[in-house]
Design a protein around this ligand. Structure first.
Ligand code: FES
Ligand SMILES: [Fe+2]
Length: 352
């Protein structure tokens, strides 16, 4: 009998002290997707995002550049920018009305002299128009972390840089973030669970998932009868997952959509599902696809994840054998990316 690697034990998904360590050692040191430059066209346009439990903001400056910083007032800590996105000529804290320039320098403290204060900046990089933040000043650049990924993405979505946010839908669910990204990165469950996806978006036999460091690439081909009119059979499906919680997907027909997961607690995660077309409202055809995806694939996964989280608390659960292929490339009959994700977490937490 083959020796199988085992799944992680339940405490990795239920122990708040492990979750706290992950916020510190995984989320504060990795690149995470926060949006797209197409959302910030004019000076003063901003978006906010969560990197683990840390709020950040990205703001278009008067000179056209983009600036990212912690979203926290340097007086007594109120969040500076409120809401997912907006526009401001300067930034006035909602609490005591101290005012900051768009790059986080304090301009005015209600007439008091309080010295030079500045909101700490965070690292921001762009990949094919998508915006990424890393809280670690010493981390390797995005391009070094994900060699080749930008070119691969642009090869399947040449106009990715020109896209904007067309649709966003979010939902909080009751599972640890690792359950979400393990589920996302294996298609071993696809033929059993995702009928709409495996009949209308990809051909299951063509599905391959390859792990390369912090990047996990999914590739497949569209079936002859695609689920929506603007794709054709045989066109590529590609997804680029980036550890720990971001993924850019290109559906057949150059349809770009993303997954972002925000860890809220050891057993609670927020999914942010976004679609990137040319305008800020979807056409009827686009809206139909967006709705189909949410009703089928996305909702099917919520049910799986909530159930697995309950399983992690079960006294009857012993970590089970994982199904791997000799070449390490996952198909719909294996889950090779799951132990890969475990290695990334275990290494970050100093367990190997
Ligand atoms: S906390 Fe922002 S002005 Fe007081
Ligand atoms: Fe799934």
């Amino acid at each position: 009998m083959t020796e199988h690697r085992r799944a992680l034990s339940g405490d990795w998904y239920t122990d708040p002290s492990i979750f706290a360590e992950e916020l510190d050692r995984v989320f504060a040191h990795t690149w995470q997707l926060v949006g797209h430059a197409g959302q910030l066209t004019r000076a003063g346009d901003f978006l906010t995002a969560a990197i683990g439990d840390q709020g950040v903001a990205v703001i278009r400056q008067a000179d056209g550049s983009l600036h990212a910083m912690y979203n926290v007032c340097q007086h007594r800590g109120h969040e500076l920018l409120v809401g997912d996105a907006g526009s401001a000529q300067s930034i006035t804290c909602p609490y005591h009305a101290w005012t900051y320039d768009l790059d986080g320098r304090l301009l005015f403290a209600r007439g008091e002299q309080v010295g030079d204060l500045c909101v700490p900046a965070v690292r921001l990089e762009e990949m094919a128009g998508f915006l990424w933040v890393n809280l670690d000043d010493d981390a390797a650049s995005l391009a070094e972390t994900l060699p080749g990924v930008e070119d691969e993405l642009l090869a399947v979505a040449p106009n990715a840089t020109g896209r904007t946010l067309t649709h966003r839908r979010t939902r909080r669910f009751d599972a640890n973030w690792k359950i979400a990204v393990e589920n996302y990165n294996e298609c071993y469950h696809c033929p059993n669970v995702h009928k709409a996806f495996t009949q209308g978006v990809v051909t299951p036999g063509s599905y391959r998932i390859t792990s390369r460091g912090q990047a996990i690439r999914h590739s497949a081909e569209a079936p002859t009868d695609t689920a929506y009119a603007f794709a054709e059979g045989g066109q590529p499906y590609e997804a680029f997952f980036v550890f720990p919680v971001s993924s850019i997907q290109c559906y057949p027909g150059e349809v770009l959509n993303t997954f972002r997961w925000v860890p809220l607690a050891v057993d609670s995660t927020l999914l942010i599902r976004e679609w990137w077309f040319d305008t800020d409202t979807p056409t009827d055809e686009q809206a139909e696809l967006i709705d189909l995806d949410w009703r089928t694939t996305v909702t099917e996964d919520f049910d799986l994840m909530d159930s697995v989280q309950r399983g992690m608390r079960s006294r009857g659960y012993t970590p089970g054998p994982l199904i791997e292929r000799p070449d390490g490339i996952a198909t719909v009959h294996s889950e090779d990316t799951v132990p890969h994700l475990h290695d990334l977490v275990l290494t970050a937490l100093g367990h190997r």
